[in-house]
Design a protein around this ligand. Structure first.
Ligand code: GMT
Length: 382
C-alpha cells in the first residue's frame, strides 16, 4: 500500500508512535510518505520511506502563518503525485481537519481516498475539548473514514466529551523491543551513581500535564531513605521550575537534567524505577518503553495508565497528586534487590504484550477493511 502519514515530528509520543509505525510498515513493504513540517526525530532512512516537508511561507500580514492551509495543500500534492491509497493522520488537531479539507479538494479532481485518524491524548482530553477547537475536532473526527484511539480509556473519553457517531477502534501503542531492551551499561551507571545509588528517571516534554514537580517531590522523599539519583530526560515549559525546586529542596546535586535525548534506551538500561505522575495520560508510551527495558513504573492511575501498568506487579498506581503514596511505592520497589528484580521481570513481561510485531498488523488490517469498504462503495456507485 502507499500510505501518507501526518504527525507532529517532535519528541512527543504521538509523533514517536507515528514514526515507528511508518518505519515498521515500510519494513513490511509498504510505501510510506511522511508529511510534516520537520523531519520526525526518530525517522531512519529506508528505501520505502519518503519525507515531504510542509513549509509555511511568512508574510507581513500573518501574525499566525496558516499552517493548516499549507498542510492541506501538501496533502493534496502528495496524494495526487504519489498516488497514495490512504492517509493516516496522528493527533486530531489540526491534522484531521486539514485531511478533511484535502479530501474535499481531491473530490473535485475525481479522486477519493480514505482518511484514518488516530487520537492520541490531549487532542481529546485537554486541547480538543476546549471550545476554541471542539466544533472542528468533532466534525473532522466524524468525517474520518476510520478512527482509532490508543487506549480503551481514550475511546471512552472521546465518546464522553464529543458527539462521535462512529465506531472507535482501540489499537494500543507499541514498543520496538529490538531497540528498547536492557543492555549492559554498567560503566555509564557507575559514572552517574558511583556509590551504587538507585537510579530513578522521568521522560517527558515537561508540560504541566506531566506534573514534573511531583517527580521532584517523590524523588526528594525517596532520597531521604535510600541513596539515589534522579535523571530528568526531555525539555519543555516546566523544566526551569523543576530545576529551581531541586535547588530549593537541596537535591540538585543528585539530580541531572539531561534535556532531549535520542538514545533513551541506553538511559533506561541504567534506570531502576520510572516515574510518571501525570495529571492525564491516555497511554504513557514512555512508561511502556521503560518497561521494555525492564524498568518498573510508579505512576498515577489516570487515563490509560492502568491498561499498561499493573498495580502491585509491574509498578504501582496512585491518585493524581498523591506524592506521599507514590514515594511509599517507590521505596517498596527499591527497598531490596529481590523485590526490585520481581518488579523488573514483571515489567518486561508486560511490555511484551505491546510488541510492535503484534500491533502493526492491527493497523494493516484496519487499512484493508477501510479500502475494501471504499471499493465496495465505488462499485455500488457505478
Ligand atoms: O496528547 C499529547 O499530550 C501529545 C501526545 C504526544 O505527542 O506526546 O501524547 C499522547 O500520545 C502518546 C502516544 O499515543 C501517549 O503515549 C501519551 O499518553 C499521550 N499524552 C497524554 O495523554 C498527556
Amino acid at each position: 500500500m502507499k500510505i501518507g502519514i501526518v504527525c507532529y515530528p517532535t519528541f512527543g509520543g504521538s509523533g514517536v508512535l507515528a514514526t515507528e509505525l511508518g518505519m515498521g510498515l515500510s519494513e513490511k513493504g509498504h510505501e510510506i510518505h511522511f508529511i510534516t513540517y520537520q523531519q520526525p526525530v526518530r525517522l531512519n532512512f529506508h528505501p520505502n520511506i519518503y519525507y515531504h516537508e510542509v513549509s509555511v511561507p511568512t508574510y507581513p500580514l500573518f501574525d499566525f502563518p496558516p499552517y493548516e492551509t499549507a498542510l492541506a495543500s501538501m496533502m493534496v500534492n502528495v496524494i495526487i503525485n504519489k498516488q497514495l491509497d490512504l492517509l493516516h493522520v496522528h493527533y486530531a488537531i489540526p491534522h484531521a481537519s486539514a485531511a478533511y479539507f484535502a479530501k474535499q479538494i481531491l473530490r473535485k479532481e475525481g479522486l477519493d481516498i480514505p482518511v484514518i485518524t488516530t487520537l492520541h491524548g490531549t487532542d481529546i482530553t485537554l486541547v480538543g475539548r476546549d471550545q476554541t477547537y471542539a466544533p472542528v475536532v468533532t466534525f473532522s473526527i466524524n468525517e474520518s473514514d476510520a478512527i482509532t484511539a490508543v487506549s480503551q480509556s481514550l475511546k471512552e473519553e472521546t465518546y464522553k466529551y464529543f458527539k462521535i457517531e462512529k465506531d472507535i477502534h482501540v489499537i494500543p501503542n507499541f514498543v520496538d523491543i529490538q531497540r528498547f531492551q536492557y543492555t549492559n551499561k554498567e560503566h555509564f551507571k557507575k559514572m552517574l551513581a558511583p556509590s551504587g545509588e538507585r537510579i530513578l528517571a522521568h521522560v517527558s516534554n515537561f508540560r504541566k500535564v506531566k506534573r514534573v514537580e511531583d517527580v521532584v517531590r517523590i524523588f526528594a522523599k525517596v532520597k531521604d531513605t535510600i541513596p539515589s539519583k534522579l535523571l530528568m530526560i526531555g525539555d519543555g515549559p516546566e523544566r526551569q521550575h523543576a530545576e529551581d525546586l531541586c535547588r530549593a529542596l537541596h537535591i540538585d546535586h543528585d539530580t541531572r537534567f539531561l534535556g532531549k535525548q535520542e538514545n533513551i534506551d541506553e538511559i533506561l538500561s541504567i534506570t531502576d524505577l520510572f516515574l510518571l505522575p501525570s495529571e492525564t495520560e491516555s497511554f504513557g508510551l514512555s512508561a511502556l518503553e521503560a518497561m521494555a527495558c525492564g524498568v518498573p513504573v510508579v505512576s498515577t492511575n489516570s487515563g490509560g495508565l492502568p491498561e499498561i501498568n499493573v498495580n502491585g506487579k509491574t509498578g504501582y498506581l496512585s491518585n493524581v497528586g498523591d506524592v506521599q503514596d507514590m514515594a511509599k511505592h517507590a521505596l517498596h520497589i527499591l527497598g531490596d534487590n529481590d523485590t526490585l528484580q520481581q518488579f523488573k521481570k514483571a515489567a518486561l513481561e508486560q511490555a511484551h504484550k505491546f510488541e510492535k510485531k503484534d500491533i502493526i498488523p492491527m493497523y494493516e488490517q484496519l487499512y484493508v477493511e477501510v479500502l475494501d469498504a471504499y471499493t465496495e462503495k465505488k462499485n455500488q456507485e457505478v
